[in-house]
Structures are given as C-alpha cells and as structure tokens.
Design a protein around this ligand. Structure first.
Ligand code: AMP
Length: 411
C-alpha cells in the first residue's frame, strides 16, 4: 500500500447481483477518523441472464447514472464490467490509490468476531460455513475470489454480518435444544445485519451526545429483511435473527418467528417438500404472504383505501415489533433510545408511530410533527418529556464496511 492509498472498494456480492461503492477514506485535515467520500456507486443485477443490467453512478465526476443492459455471464464478467466503468471515470481498480477491497460476508460463524484480512485459511473457514448460510456465503466467496484474481496484490477484507452479535451471552445465543445435537451442527443464534446494528447504535449514541459505552439502545432495522437488536454499552446482547435470517420480526417476504411445528405440519399434512417449506417461509410469507405486497408504501396506500387485508398485515407487523421492543426493554433493564433504520424504519412514519403507540408507560413516545419530517439525517422524533429517546438513524452499511476495512489495513 502506498502512502496515498486511501480508497476502498466495497463489494456486496449476492447470488445474481453485485452492489459496489468506491469510497475515499482520507482522514480529515484535523487528523480525525475518515468520514468517507463516495466516489462511485453501482449495481450489477441479473448476472447469468440475458438481461443483465449494470447501473453505474460516478459521483466524483458529478456524472449521471450510466446504464448498460446485455448478458453478463458470471461474477468475474460482472466485476470486469465494473472495473471498466470505474476506469472510464479515472477511478480504475489498477490505481495505486486503492488501499483495499472490503467484502460484505453474511456468515462468519463464531470464529470471526471482527473484520478480517482474507487469506486461504479465512476463505476456507467462510466455505466451511456454507451449510449455515447456503444462500449467501457461496456468492460472497465468488465475489472474493473474483476480486482476488483482479488485484492479487491488494488486501481483501471480510466484514461479517454476524460479527457484531458475537458478544451475545450464551443464554441469549443458544436455543433450548439438545446441546450435543446443537453443537454437532453449529445450531445457535448468530444474528445478521450486524454491520447496520453496529453503525446505527454508535450513531444513536452520538445523537444523544454520549459515548456508545454509556448508552443502551434498541435498534430496529426495518428493511425488506428486518431485525431488532438490544445493544448495551456498545455491545450486542440480543438480536432477533437466529441461525438464519428467518427468525424474528415480520419481514417483507419472511415469516419471522413461527412455531417450528408448522414446518412438520406442512410436510405431513400439506405434503410439502423441505424446499417448498423453505420457499414458503422465506419468499412467500411476511407482508407479501399476508397481503400480496411487501412494499410498505403500497400497504399504506391500500390501508388508506380501506383494504382490510393490508390493514391486518400492517397490524401483525406492528404487533411483532412491539413485542420485541418490550422484550428488549426487559433484557436491557434501562433503555436510553430506540432507533429506527433501513427502508421502512427511515421512511415510514406510520410504522414508527404505531410501533411505540401505547408504550408511554415504558417511557416511549413520538412527536407527530418531528415524526413527519422527511430527512436523510439522524434525528430525534420523541418529545422532550419522553424518558426514552426515539431516533431515526439512516443506516450506511457500505460506509461502515469501508471504515472497518480501512482501519484494519492501516492498523
Ligand atoms: P431496504 O431493504 O432497507 O432497502 O428497504 C426496502 C423497503 O423499504 C421496501 O420494501 C419498502 O417497504 C420500504 N420503503 C422504502 N421507501 C419507503 C417509503 N418512502 N415509505 C415507506 N416504506 C418505504
């Protein structure tokens, strides 16, 4: 790495997509920590299909989004196409200014408690975790291998979705099942969205003018996937997702918490296969299963028109959310703030209002005017008298990955 190397490429590789951001992490002139300036952002989707699409926005040059459509066969071709787009803006991956590539890796098991420079042993361990993350880790591995081939000399860093949750005490992480069976198959609660929970809990502390070690925060990451976490003094002590991202809150297409016997029943009585049940619970449940829509905007529009199915889906979603706020209040003992984040949490004021409605006894309230403000900035939406702050804190997983990656390669 040269002295001028201050750029980090963040890659989030899915099974048929690659999201990327190139950030400049140069420390500020006061010598403070890197704030991160976005130089380019983009997305390759439908990899492996005839209709692949690359959308690239070169923020550094102020240029508009360039979209190209046409077959992109695999992740290698996708990354090469991204590299070509970046080169066209003078931001090529061959630049000596590139310090590292940071990869989002969904499952790090128990071993990876922090961002890690990837070598053969690390890659093998990520591979060993494929059985507990069959949908995500293989795509992440492909992304890493492809990036390594492109820049073998560059540090590649894995930032794990599970890492923030590895501080959960054993009594929160273990399922109450036979210990030998659980250990033999690494069955326990790992939690996901950790990069977001880490970022948002820290930002929330900042919003309160406190150090993260001084505050207890409930983070509600409500996107298409959704999870809650209880963060005590900067450390995660409980989270709603489990062995997989299926557990917990009602999500866009996932059921969240469910009696596991439902799965036996579907197999025995409805004649469904393992895969059928998997698809049902992960893709055809949650809001989409309940009312046919998983976009909260559409659900709210339907409710305004008097649609009963949309109303019930919304009520089920809110009921589950409330249960987790209550549960994590009990887990934390004292709550300083509840922070809403991600697509729904940041944008859907009616969800925020409904989630804390009736919880005044627990010190929670939302100021209707503050809640109605639309902004991309972290902000408080609780009235001054409320004992617990309610905050909206836009998440930024890419920035968090870039910061962790940059800090690690400069350590
Ligand atoms: P995410 O997974 O964080 O990108 O969140 C995606 C979800 O956010 C979508 O499925 C919508 O339900 C929700 N969302 C995005 N924008 C809005 C909005 N303006 N109002 C309500 N919900 C929104």
């Amino acid at each position: 790495m040269t002295a001028t190397a201050s750029r980090v490429l963040v890659l989030n590789s899915g099974s048929s997509s690659v999201k990327y951001q190139l950030l400049d992490m140069e420390p500020d002139s006061a010598g403070g920590s890197a704030a991160g300036t976005r130089l380019a952002v983009g997305l390759v989707e439908r990899i492996g299909e005839e209709t692949s699409r690359l959308a690239h926005t070169p923020l550094a040059t102020g240029g508009g989004t360039r979209e190209t459509e046409g077959p992109i066969a695999d992740h290698e071709a996708a990354l090469k196409a991204v590299a070509a787009e970046l080169s066209a803006d003078g931001l090529g991956l061959d630049s000596p200014q590139l310090a590292a590539i940071g990869h989002r890796v969904v499952h790090g098991g128990l071993k990876f408690t922090a961002p890690t420079v990837i070598d053969d042993a690390v890659l093998k361990e990520i591979e060993r975790l494929v059985p507990v993350a069959p949908l995500h880790n293989p795509a992440n591995i492909t992304g890493i291998r492809t990036a390594q081939a492109l820049r073998p000399d560059l540090p590649q860093v894995a930032v794990f979705d599970t890492a923030f949750h590895t501080t959960m005490p054993e009594y929160a992480a273990r399922y109450a099942i036979d210990v030998e069976t659980a250990d033999a198959h690494r069955i326990r609660r790992y939690g996901f969205h950790g990069t977001s929970h880490a970022y948002v809990s820290r930002k929330t502390a900042g919003l309160l003018g406190k150090d993260p070690s001084e505050v207890n925060v409930i983070v509600l990451h409500l996107g298409n996937g959704a999870s809650a976490s209880a963060v005590a003094g900067g450390r995660c002590v409980d989270t709603s997702m489990g062995l997989t991202p299926l557990e917990g809150l009602v999500m866009g297409t996932r059921s969240g918490d469910i009696d596991p016997a439902v799965t036996f029943h579907l197999k025995r009585v409805a004649g469904m296969s393992e895969d059928d049940v998997d698809v049902l619970l992960n893709k055809k449940s949650g809001l989409v299963g309940l009312c046919g829509d998983n976009d909260m905007r559409e659900i709210r529009r339907r409710i305004d028109e008097g649609d009963e199915r949309a109303r019930l889906a919304f009520d089920i979603y809110i009921h589950r959310l409330k249960k987790y706020i209550g549960a994590y209040t009990a887990v934390l003992g004292r709550v300083d703030a509840v922070a809403f984040t991600a697509g729904v949490g940041e944008n859907a004021a009616p969800v925020r209002a409904a989630a804390v409605a009736g919880l005044e006894e627990m010190g929670l309230a939302v100021d209707a005017d503050l809640n109605a403000v639309r902004s991309g900035e972290p902000r408080l939406i609780s009235p001054e008298y409320a004992r617990v702050a309610v905050a909206v804190v836009p998440t930024d997983e890419e920035l968090e990955i870039a910061q962790q990656t940059y800090a690690l390669v400069n350590a």
